[in-house]
Design a protein around this ligand. Structure first.
Ligand SMILES: *Cc1c(COP(=O)(O)O)cnc(C)c1O
Length: 421
């Protein structure tokens, strides 16, 4: 498509956008009385208007039914999480029995490492990306130390080449083969939070499996953003948060995927609690743990229904739209944003460098050569919500669910005035 940097052209794209109507399903914050241009759906997705109703339903049931709500609410609480599994499985390319929702992301990755990082004297190394999300780094370090190992020996990082801003798949595969039979686990952020790169999960998973390692993915920036086929790729486990592209509210519950081959098994070590034991016999309160035959076996506590309600509201919207349509719009809107950045760069004689490689989802990370935090502040003051990362990178993520092509055009105009063009 030949793009144009004009309001009229952007509005034409919006008029032809089958997802355009969903914009009105979300609340936009306002700056100076005007709805913002929101580029931080990769950090905290906007609130869907229908979410309130889902939360109110729980509050009403609690008020009117109290403890009886566990079994007699319209959406009973004791199995509330089961309503999320099937729609969520579609988002991540899994079977419904392979998916559950519980806890929060880092907690879940820790729990999954308990099951799937089982170091032996020979096979004990973890491969992750360099400068992984800090929470993941703390997790790796503490897990390795928990097993009495030295992080300096056990953690192997994947490095970018000197002077480059992205990882090369061939380098990753080579490193995996090099670590070979010492490799216990590969656990990488499937979409890098800093440069927006989408890793070749299929190939990396396959090659790591050939080395006899376990493979997990932190999909904080992947779920609801890119096409995922966790089951078909043979991924062992994955987890993601619900508050980024999945629009389910700050700090909200995390989704978990565990490959079918590990389900309905008593021989896998897990940290266990009463919501993981078979629901048919759970309330007999017997001492013996019999794991649920699905990913729920990893659930420890009874479900936090007030947290799950917004996630259910959001998943209903993902059902209505479908990942394919979301991805289609995402590709066009990110291309349009890229075009706008190039045009404004030319017009204003500014040097923006997009460091996100071709393998990308919703996010463009842009190096602002010669422009510093002042420009970031100018954007924020003028109703463009972006994210600043030291030393001078802004991250722009136009979530296709609610961002418009007109937003991209208007962003360009604000950017241009911000650099005095
Ligand atoms: C956002 C994010 C997290 C957040 O972890 P919480 O446990 O939800 O606070 C973890 N890992 C990555 C890669 C992230 O982008």
């Amino acid at each position: 498509m030949i793009f144009q940097n004009s309001l009229k052209f952007a509005q034409q794209l919006d008029a032809a956008d089958p997802l355009g109507k969903f914009r009105n399903e979300f609340y936009f914050p306002k700056v100076k009385g005007k709805e913002v241009i929101y580029f931080t759906g990769n950090s905290l997705g906007l609130q869907p208007k229908r979410t309130q109703e889902y939360v109110d339903e729980i509050m009403t049931d609690w008020r009117e039914l109290a403890v009886e709500g566990h079994f007699h609410a319209d959406k009973s609480w004791w199995d509330y999480h089961e309503r999320l599994a099937a729609p969520l499985a579609k988002v991540v390319g899994a079977k419904p029995q392979e998916v559950t929702v519980m806890n929060t992301l880092t907690v879940n990755l820790h729990l999954l490492m308990v099951s799937f990082y089982r170091p032996t004297p020979k096979r004990f190394k973890i491969i992750c990306e360099e400068k992984a999300f800090p929470s993941d780094q703390y997790m790796f370090n503490s897990q390795v130390k928990f097993h009495g190992l030295d992080p300096k020996e056990a953690i192997v990082t994947l490095n970018k080449r000197e002077g480059e801003h992205f990882w090369r798949t061939e380098d990753i595969l080579e490193k995996i083969k090099e670590v070979g039979d010492e490799l216990a686990l590969v656990l990488i952020g499937g979409v890098n939070y800093y440069n927006g790169q989408v890793f070749n999960m299929k190939e990396i998973t396959q090659v790591a499996k050939e080395q006899g390692a376990m493979v997990g993915w932190d999909l904080a920036h992947g779920a609801g953003n890119i096409a995922l086929h966790l089951h078909d790729w043979g991924v062992d486990f994955a987890a993601w948060c619900s508050y980024k592209y999945m629009n389910s509210g700050p700090g909200n519950a995390s989704g978990v995927y565990i490959h079918e081959q590990y389900l309905d098994r008593s021989d896998i070590p897990r940290l266990e609690g009463w919501w993981g034991t078979k629901k048919e016999t759970r309330f007999l309160m017997e001492p013996e743990f019999q794991p649920m035959a699905n990913a729920d076996a990893w659930q420890i506590s009874n479900p936090p229904v007030l947290a799950l309600a917004p996630y259910l509201a959001s998943l209903e919207m993902f059902e209505e739209v479908g990942m394919e349509a979301l991805i289609q719009k995402r590709e066009t809107i990110v291309q349009y944003l890229e075009f706008i950045l190039q045009e404004i760069g030319k017009e204003a004689n500014a040097n923006f460098q997009i460091i996100t490689p071709e393998e990308r989802g919703c996010q463009l990370s842009v190096l602002l050569h010669g422009q510093g935090k002042a420009l970031f502040q100018y954007l924020m003051d003028n109703g463009v919500i972006v994210d600043w990362r030291e030393p001078n990178v802004i991250r722009l993520a136009p979530a296709p669910f609610y961002c418009s092509f007109e937003d991209m055009y208007r962003f360009g105009q604000v950017l241009k005035s911000g650099i005095g063009g």
